[in-house]
Design a protein around this ligand. Sequence first.
Ligand SMILES: NC(=O)c1ccc[n+]([C@@H]2O[C@H](COP(=O)([O-])OP(=O)(O)OC[C@H]3O[C@@H](n4cnc5c(N)ncnc54)[C@H](O)[C@@H]3O)[C@@H](O)[C@H]2O)c1
Length: 410
Amino acid sequence: MANKLNMGFIGMGFIGPVHADAVALNWDISTAYAVADDDPAKQEMAKSMGLKTFQKAEEMIADPEIDAVHIAGPDQFHADWSILAMDAGKKLVVCEKPMTLTLEDSVKVLERAQKYEAEGGVFMTNINYMGHALPRAAREMRIKGDLGDIAIVQGFYEQDWLMDPNVWSWRLEGKMCASKDILPHLVSAAYFMGGLYPTRLIVDFATIVKQRNKPIGRTDAFSAEKVAVETELVEVESDLYSSVLCEFQNGGRGNFLVTQYMAGRQNWWEITLGGSKRRITWNQANPNEMEIGQSPVSEDSGKLTLQSVANLKLINNPPYLQAMGFTDAAQYSPYPGEHPAGYIDAFSRNFKAAYQVATGKIAREEAVIPGVMIGHICVAVADAVARSIEAGGKYVDVDYRGVDLKELKL
Ligand SMILES: NC(=O)c1ccc[n+]([C@@H]2O[C@H](COP(=O)([O-])OP(=O)(O)OC[C@H]3O[C@@H](n4cnc5c(N)ncnc54)[C@H](O)[C@@H]3O)[C@@H](O)[C@H]2O)c1
């Protein structure tokens, strides 16, 4: 088996270059090889870096020199490109979230990926923060029983970039924006850290900015460049705010609030899991410490002590994590404490684990990487959100079609 993987990237807008940078951090095991982007400017950029370039994703996927495909183009192409790359026999397919736009497509990708992995391929949905040490420590705490029974989940994801009616993104097309784009991070966090998936939910939502000036040409997401382009005024129906009340499979309750209309918040998201023994709160804008709240209900006949009730801060530091028995988290902690590990590091660590499986260095069963199931769960929840909105804000059951719920464990 090849020691180094040749990587092909589809989509070089905002997140594609982050993938490429994370690949560069794994220089011992991966090499950036090609880019497919239908924007000539992105092709020029890739060419200037010595990469092979393609206008069409399909042509890049067909190139036999490419071992692994990173899919970082707009959501509507994810399903087709994923299936094409698996059919082409690539060793690894990394697909950005959301894995697909519809539940029907998600079932297709799920079935294809299960067969593909049985044949030795690796499919990854890029739930990037799963590559960060402290969410992994939260997962280890939950598995060891340190959290107790989780009764309450609270997540919020706030951005402000779509407050401006002159900003346009393909994300605004259709009926879902915030609930399609940023909700998957909270849903996957509840599942990965807390082992919880919603069985029933209800949505309250608002469009807020109902008309926008849409460029007649094209723009990338989060572009700082304000280029004067011709625009047309369009009506928008999708949500800039959704609040999703959930019931989870264990009877726990929760609320996910997502919005791209919160002044001064660029990418502020946080998850709290309230268990019978402890609470954990992790914020991805301040990812190197996690708050642990202790229950005042003492196991020691009601006696309260400093150790039993003082809230704690878990710091991202490999030897400390190791010493506390968080061995998985320690492996995802790239630097000594107070050398901040951030966004790119989480991408890089996730990819590293997937590359190690794809090159036969570790077995698939040993790697806890975000696979097709976590992608499918997020799509199933998004589908329920769409049905609740369609029904005028009513409770709906989440349809995890194609999955035996007993198998939903991470
Ligand atoms: N995990 C994360 O933190 C994270 C963050 C941002 C975006 N994303 C996901 O990444 C994906 C891309 O988002 P983005 O913000 O980079 O978008 P973007 O609009 O900035 O970039 C999309 C790129 O795809 C290219 N493209 C569009 N249509 C194409 C086609 N038919 N063939 C080839 N190339 C095409 C565009 O030219 C552009 O370069 C989305 O699915 C999004 O949900 C994930």
